[in-house]
Design a protein around this ligand. Structure first.
Ligand code: AHR
Length: 501
């Protein structure tokens, strides 16, 4: 048993935790939509206007602030006009991912369906627009179609005729996706130039919009510097810059060694370097930090085939307690850098990488990752509080990447909501040793009625499957917490302590 302590500093804060840090991503890839989120209105599976009811209701419970769509790489060959009008008349297309899985895009989910899913779950839409294979005018027309009031323009009237008189009011627009790779294999300078063409045309429309420029792959700081520098030379500062970072390859979710446990966690912990180093490069051109950082794809990327479809759904993977601990420590990193990270989107929502859900036919399960979002939801919009974490750290990350920071033995973050509720979230990153951690406040007290929620499994390889859908479930208990009390953290676990003060 490991003993440690964490002190919450009530008078030291980095600011408000942007709700959008708890965002998600849903791409038209593999089984994310078809037989995942979308089952169709005529399906025998309970649905709300075609969307899997159990999933929509579960998703709404975690207060999803924002959902990114339709890609990813898929976006770079997507024509939004394919996804409007009567569903039975929509074209089938060989989409971006066809060479990987030989599935065609049916376009049954298009703009109206996606907006409907956002409305039914409370998420704000974040549309990732194609910058590689269409013109700026094409994307401007999509924005006009979505956002202009009916009666003003022909495109707005077309939207109304297709069933939505009210504008969708889409605020977040991604301009391109991974343009250093699938999005046209551009250099950062070329990407900046293309961004300028698209953004200049699109921002001439009225309305509050955030255009997101394509940022780096993982730790490619040179990309960030060149892109920001090229735009700055033209007097332009993008509203937001996207950052993508995945960790993975360290064994399969249900079958990894102790060494691979730490390997993956060290990779995930590298998110600190990613965020800090890109922000430092952005600061060279944007010292007032007006360009927001959106980590709009992150998560574990394991080798294919571990999910229930056994490889049919491209990139579908299982998620064990190890993935839940990765989610918890990553969200702690974002909370503790709420002055830098304005949005983050876990990839992806269902039947894919680091998913919250696995679904197929009548089967539907919440993965351990889902419960992390549920346990962390009271951080959304709360005031982050700094911590003194005296639980020690594991080294070894430098074997993976030079300058990697030590992995905190107990990853933690804390916040206080407007109603006074204090949330402290903790991930025990040891695979073998439980911890006993005393929690106390400085400049305030942690005494109050508390709920302690713990997510753990006897075996950290445990996953929720169609056969055993509730193998990993959080356990909650109500206690009277006194400042300085200890909480018990099982090995390989995630804990949320919510104190009503
Ligand atoms: O999330 C899967 C893919 O990973 C996305 O399409 C792409 O943006 C990234 O490379």
């Amino acid at each position: 048993m490991f003993m440690g302590s964490i002190t919450v500093l009530f008078n030291k804060s980095k600011g408000t935790i942007n709700r959008n840090i708890y965002g998600h991503f849903s791409e038209h890839i593999g089984g994310v939509f078809y037989d995942g989120l979308w089952v169709g209105e005529n399906s025998g599976i309970p649905n709300i206007r075609g969307f899997r009811k159990a999933l929509a209701e579960s998703f709404a419970k975690i207060n999803p602030p924002v959902l990114r769509w339709p890609g990813g790489c898929f976006a770079e060959t997507y024509d939004w006009r394919d996804g409007i009008g009567p569903r039975e008349k929509r074209p089938r297309r060989v989409n971006w991912w066809y060479n990987n899985d030989h599935r065609v895009e049916s376009n049954q989910v298009g703009t109206h369906e996606f907006m409907d899913f956002c409305r039914m779950t409370g998420a704000q839409p974040y549309v990732a627009a194609n910058m590689t294979s269409v013109t700026p005018l094409h994307i401007r027309n999509w924005i006009e179609y979505c956002n202009m009031p009916a009666g003003l323009t022909t495109l707005a009237d077309e939207r109304a005729a297709n069933g939505d008189a009210e504008p969708f009011g889409v605020k977040y627009w991604g301009i391109g996706n991974e343009n250093w790779g699938g999005g046209g294999r551009m250099t950062a300078g070329e990407c900046a130039q293309e961004y300028l063409r698209f953004m200049t045309v699109c921002e001439s429309l009225p309305g509050e919009m955030t255009f997101v420029a394509c940022g780096p792959n993982a730790h490619d700081v040179a990309w960030t510097r060149t892109l920001m520098g090229t735009l700055a030379a033209k007097g332009v500062r993008p509203a937001a810059l996207s950052v993508h970072y995945y960790c993975g390859t360290a064994g399969a979710p249900q079958d990894f060694t102790e060494a691979q446990w730490y390997q993956l966690l060290h990779q995930a912990n590298y998110m600190q370097n990613i965020v800090d180093d890109h922000r430092a490069a952005m600061d060279e051109f944007d010292p007032l930090r007006r360009t927001a950082m959106f980590v709009d794809e992150w998560g574990c990327w394991h080798r294919d085939g571990s999910g229930p479809s056994k490889g049919y759904n491209l990139f579908e993977q299982q998620s064990s307690m190890r993935d839940a601990v990765v989610a918890a420590l990553t969200l702690n990193i974002f909370n503790n850098r709420c002055d830098v990270v304005a949005m983050a989107n876990a990839a992806q929502l269902c039947n894919n990488l680091h998913s919250l859900y696995l679904a197929g036919g009548e089967h539907f399960v919440e993965t351990p990752n889902y419960f992390v979002y549920d346990m962390y939801k009271t951080h959304q919009g709360a005031r982050q509080l700094e911590l003194v974490n005296e639980c020690g750290a594991f080294t070894g990350g430098e074997a993976f990447r030079e300058a990697a920071r030590p992995l905190e033995r107990v990853s933690a973050s804390a916040s206080q909501a407007a109603d006074g509720t204090l949330t402290i979230t903790l991930a025990n990153t040891s695979i073998t040793e439980a911890a006993e951690v005393s929690l106390s406040g400085l400049g305030g007290s942690l005494t109050g009625g508390a709920e302690i929620i713990t997510l753990s499994a006897d075996d950290p390889h445990t996953c929720n499957t169609f056969e055993a859908p509730k193998a990993v479930q959080p356990v909650s208990k109500s206690v009277r917490f006194t400042d300085g009390d200890s909480v018990s953290l099982p090995a390989a676990s995630v804990t949320a302590v919510r104190i009503r003060r």
